[in-house]
Design a protein around this ligand. Sequence first.
Ligand code: PEP
Ligand code: MG
Length: 841
Amino acid sequence: MQKIDMLPDFAEITPSARIATAAHGWRAKCLQRLIRLDLPVPETVALPAATVRAIAAGHPVDVEAILAHFGADALISVRPSPQNPDWGGPGTILNIGMNAARHRALVARHGQAAADALYLRFVQSYATHVARLDPDMFDAAAPSAESLRDALRVYELEMDEPFPEDPARQLAEVLRSMARAWEGTTARLLRAAKGAPEEAALGLVVQEMAQGIGKGVSGSGVIQFVDPVTGLAQVTGRYLGQSQGRDALKRTEAIYLTRDPRGPSLEELAPELFADLLRFGAACRVKLREEMQIEFTIEDGHLSVLDAVKVARSARAGLKIAVALAEDGVITEAEAVLRVEPRALSELLHPQVDPRGARDVFVRGIAASPGAATGRIVFSSQAAQASAARGEPCILVRRETAPEDIRGMHSAVGVLTERGGMTSHAAVIGRGLGLPCIVGASDLKLDAKDRKLIAPDGRVFREGDIITVDGTTGEALAGAAEMLAPALDDSFRKLLGWADQYRDIGIRANADTPQDAATARQFAAQGIGLCRTEHMFFEDDRLVVMREMIFADSAKDRAAALTRLLPMQREDFVQLFDIMQGLPVCIRLFDPPLHEFLPHSREGLRELAEALDKPLSEVTRRAEALAEFNPMLGMRGVRLGVVLPEIYDMQAQAIFEATVEVGRRGAAVVPEIMIPLVSARREVELVKTRVDAVAAKVRTKAGADFAYKLGVMVETPRAALRAGEIAQHAAFLSFGTNDLTQMTYGLSRDDAGRFMNTYVQQGVFPEDPFHILDVDGVGELLHIGADRGRKTRGDLVLSICGEHGGNPESIAFCRKAGFDYVSCSPYRVPLARLAAAHLAL
Ligand code: PEP
Ligand code: MG
């Protein structure tokens, strides 16, 4: 059996070490496995990272020792072999060793044209990648004896020396240039963006060329056994006769491997070789436990496998492939779970433009990353970050993106670029982030200075205008398009079902409306962790009654308004309980300052005066009286519950009556009632006394019994510090990290966006703490609150329900701190389930 030859050290090049290690990089390891599977891999030598580093540092390498592994007339290639395939690396160089003598030999064997084409190709790639000459000077229209002579002449003119003839010199220079390219700033930035560590190392693989030219069946191609977009089993790939490298992928005359309507496919041309390829693919799938793309060459009917790489895949395909491998017993279910990045799920979950709606397409480009998003146009990454800090979805529009745009891309909901292709920066990063993205919309005229873009039909769009990026079709639409919720297939559900078996922290959803609750159920949330009841009062008919309640002169009038709100609230809760079918529902009592419900314009106040049949002056006076200097720290949350207890009484009654009603129909409901913005034990005592009294009244009146739980939201620093005594009256504590972050930093949730960008850029905060939980400060309060609460009550249920609840980092924190569950927005539930499983595995 053939073995791969490893060169362990640049100084001590011996063929004795024959096991590829991590130091030789993923490609060397992969080739070794292919050889072990008896795949016909040409002679290969691998250089470990230490050798490549030494070459980059200028140490000489004994290239003669490397060349000794190959035949005297062999041409060879050098390919990058970093530790992780995602980290890229310098481009492959083919046909090293080509010179006048070998050219003559090739002319004799394959004819003048084929020999000229090979030689020209080598001169071009050597001149541009090794000698770093301008590619334009070597851009011959078509290979010919003349263009070859031209290329050799230009090289000599530019370099003041003839093109190197000595294969040893050629190889030494190729190795040096590839080793140095890896150390360059651009390469470092690019791989850092893909998560490579600073010390990421490169190995190199030197391999004998199998020529795809010859009299019999000859050519090269790639084959893969799944569809890279859907992940479904399907042979795809390309083959091109009389070609080498990955030519078949670039040229339109390349043929399909199976069923080509334009003529014979490879399967028809060479059925036995095609069958061999299928066999190789199946062997790789089982033994390498992965769907591989195989690069092959056929020389006079002799098949060689040059390389195999993981099939590049969309997030959807990645999930499908992982599930299929586990179903076939190739990998375990746990491995399948671990193979899917939680953040990649967002691509599957992204809304799509509803094909039935109107489509006002203003430009077309390349559909680079699927899903659709609507937002306001921004032309810079800074503007994107500022927009995200304000909570306004934005579309980042750029000529093209570069690594320094990463933060801007993180902040945008979609990306549109004038330049680029499927593998350009915006496309690669967009797919990685699951961000809808269109690239190469070259008909756009982008004027970043005047912050406008001109569509091919002359329409002008300016910063702030709303557009929709449809990354699935590659079309940019004017305005906000109608969206379709994403479709979730069996593989998706299966994988998350497996994830649920491993995870050890609960995942609930923040859901205020029946629609939210339905989404939460669809994503298998284990209950509702936060229902913000005030959102139920903003609807038109309720808003009027709500305002009547706010303007009531006396307790009696207030009670009358509340009586009218009661059935509406009860109906809300009945719906939530019905949808959640016995799963826990945690309802937060009224939280915002009352002033938020009043109109803010004079016109609005006039309408209100009319509706309430009160003089405008009186309505205005009352509205002014309710206004606060600092409403987020004013009459809100439990403070309203203490000062105007009738509101909480009404809500408790609605909750309990809904509990009885739904309980009578079937599933027993145990509602959880949560008190917001608590800072003192006495607040909890006061509310608890009244809620207990309401429960007793409802029980008597309905002649039915029910249980409920009362808990406290910990969202002031004092509540965290005094959690020990607060827990005396609370069955659960839920950390509201939005307000807790606001109050811990003394940083307004609503205004911090104005300077957050500067703060993050200057390194004051590593991240926006409203986005990523501040584990040092806010996290310490969470630890204190949890510890003190649990000391009082061993069975205290702990959770987090701020926006941080859906971030994998926050989930890791909460799990480590022993929390029972996290609660996040419904669309983040799948990500949270998978992230939690990753933590437990
Ligand atoms: C919080 O403060 O973290 C919270 C969940 O409540 P809200 O965002 O409604 O203030
Ligand atoms: Mg809050």
